[in-house]
Design a protein around this ligand. Structure first.
Ligand code: SF4
Ligand code: SF4
Length: 200
């Protein structure tokens, strides 16, 4: 499964760029996440592609945890992202347990640009950031014409084009991780993980 490893490397390179672009906009606009917040992770409907979860699935395989995660996920209720560790009973505070390997959407969600139906660029900001930094949000809207935010759709397209067969279809994040783990484990079971063979 050298091909999966090559794809994962490309995805991680793109992640690095996306994190820099979206992080830089968050910093300059003053619209960074609220410290300790994990509200958006407390939701199993976050959508990711199998490709987005591939680097994490390979990492879990490499550290001998792929089977373990797969079993846990088949047994879990799926009330939140399986990778989220709650720090409060309501699930609004917490941390990502796989921060380095988190999918693309988690690097772009929070503050991102999008286009309206009439194709005008506008700003999408999560309700927690909006509520905690209303003045910064207002400033960012005012300066949209001179400081355009990075576009979520473009980010998604850049990841998807690395491999459309795994990157185009979006599904709930836990389901995407299960599919990525199954792909990795299936190829490993057929001995194609590190022998350079390319499986579909
Ligand atoms: S992968 Fe991490 S950052 Fe993304 S939703 Fe899950 S816990 Fe949150
Ligand atoms: S994007 Fe919003 S909800 Fe998610 S962690 Fe940041 S502040 Fe919290």
């Amino acid at each position: 499964m050298q091909r999966l490893r090559d794809l994962a490397l490309e995805v991680l390179n793109e992640y690095q760029l996306l994190s820099e672009e979206f992080g830089s906009y968050q910093k300059t606009s003053g619209l960074a996440c609220v410290v300790g917040c994990g509200a958006c992770c407390n939701n199993p409907q976050i959508e990711a592609s199998v490709l987005e979860m591939l680097p994490l699935a390979l990492h879990l395989f490499d550290v001998g945890q792929a089977d373990n995660y797969l079993h846990q996920m088949h047994d879990s209720g799926g009330f939140a992202c399986h990778l989220f560790k709650r720090h409060s009973l309501d699930g609004l505070k917490g941390v990502c347990t796989v921060y380095e390997w988190r999918p693309g959407i988690c690097r772009m969600f929070g503050v991102a640009g999008y286009r309206t139906k009439t194709d005008l660029p506008t700003l999408s900001v999560c309700s927690t950031i909006k509520a905690s930094k209303p003045n910064k949000y207002a400033d960012a809207l005012i300066t949209m014409s001179t400081s355009t935010p990075p576009m979520l759709t473009h980010g998604r397209q850049r990841i998807a084009k690395i491999d459309y067969s795994m990157g185009e279809k979006l599904m709930p994040i836990n389901q995407a991780l299960v599919a990525a783990l199954e792909k990795v484990l299936t190829q490993a079971a057929y001995g194609a993980l590190d022998d350079g063979n390319v499986a579909a």
